[in-house]
Design a binder for this molecule. Sequence first.
Ligand code: TXE
Length: 498
Amino acid sequence: MVQDYGLFVGGKWRKSEGKRFETQNPATGEILATFPLASKDELNGAVRAAKDAFEKWKKTPAPRRGELLLEAARIFRQKKEDLARTVTTEMGKVIAEGRGDVQEVIDFYEYAAGEGRRMFGETVPSELPSKMCMTLRLPVGPVGLITPWNFPMAIPAWKSGAALVAGCSFVLKPSSLTPLCAARFVEVLDEAGFPPGVLNLVTGSGSLVGDGLVDHPEIRAISFTGGVDTGKHVYESAAKKMIKVGLELGGKNAIIAMDDAKLDLLMDGVMFGAFGTAGQRCTAASRLIVHQRIYEQVVDELVERTEKLRIGNPIDEKMEMGPVASKDQEKKVLEYIEIGKKEGDKLLAGGHKLKGGAYDKGFFLAPTVFAVDRKSRLAQEEIFGPVLSVLKATSYEDAVAIANSVKYGLSSSIYTNDLRWSFRAMQDLDAGITYINAPTIGAEVQLPFGGTKETGPTDTREAGTTALEEFTYWKTVYVDYSGRLQKAQIDTDKLVGG
Ligand code: TXE
């Protein structure tokens, strides 16, 4: 039965009388659920609920907030298989990756729970006697979380876990391709016992709900993951309000294969990096830069492996790649394939929609490999689909120059057994993440995640010890217990305490 969801506001599911939209399985076309296209008033109601709840939530001791995160992690673990099937059914990633999505939720909630007992400030010596100085981390206020469809549970978890433990309440606006994952995510948080209004879910259009959230005067920070054009727009609007904004806007990530790379290891990494989640990861390896000495060998092996990939309904354990997430995604990827052909890039494998039988019901594309010129659009632009562009490099320096020649800077990778190249690459690759002898994907939650250049501003990083930055500000406190007026920078002769 197709369930009609409401909006989750102030601790309750609320009916919405306005228009609705459907969410569907991209492998079968089956309609999974319907959701409200929320109105401005409904959004305002959610922000009000978040604002009211914030006043108490910020006073809840941080370790107690952490305990609720831990309880949520326990329930996520209990429901892992069921939730993973929702991820796969609604988004289209293969079931092993669906489980990975939910595992990332568990990992991050467990990790963030611990922040409740850390959240360290500093004590700093004063230049004056009988005076003490320290810093505290305080929550910024109610925040807006705007999330994409490619990690429909993990990305809401990264953002909400950090916000909640920091003491912020939030309104989550998920992608309209994966509202069911967001609803099921919120159901678990509700079951864990977070107070009403601390978490709110509002579905609807980016232009109304997304923009409305960013512009709302009570929203004090925005954490956004999505496309670069939308991200720039969000950044501009947030700047007008002078609020914090975390942006993660994708990449054009490269794997560099040096001539001393271990070939089997390289090929396993390339296949997973390029075609995992059908290439729809912000960290996906969409470029492979190969040293000229091993170029022919790598290309032959790559084509052979690509043509053998098993593609089909991602709920089937045997499948290695599922459909792309939507009709729009399919159209965009097919357009890029045409651009490649027109620009004279050499198609080596795939390059078309898969047809016949069950393929006709979903958005299935053949995994595609092009040999491209370094200036071509396939070498420069984010495609966000199962298309890998292969480039030839003459040396380490040339490979790094190609890798750095794009406008994005999220993830990067080098396969080599030479320590010199490994250590140089850690610093030479202009990206927020560098992998040595592993593909560009596979972030772990206890490390910072984010990029350079148009991937997003470098002042915030999700996850890791930096996760709290997006949702807290530093308060500086001076305690003067001298009993008299003391003047910093002026009373320069006060050397003795008392
Ligand atoms: O992204 P959007 P889409 C890239 C990828 C993909 C492309 C488009 O190249 O093909 O973006 O995907 C909300 N104000 N990435 O259309 O539109 C929207 O409702 C505020 C890379 O899904 O950026 C959704 O919740 N919010 C990326 C979220 O923004 C607005 C992952 C992302 O949607 C808004 C996904 C507005 N004006 C796509 N308009 C990554 N970094 O991994 C839309 N939204």
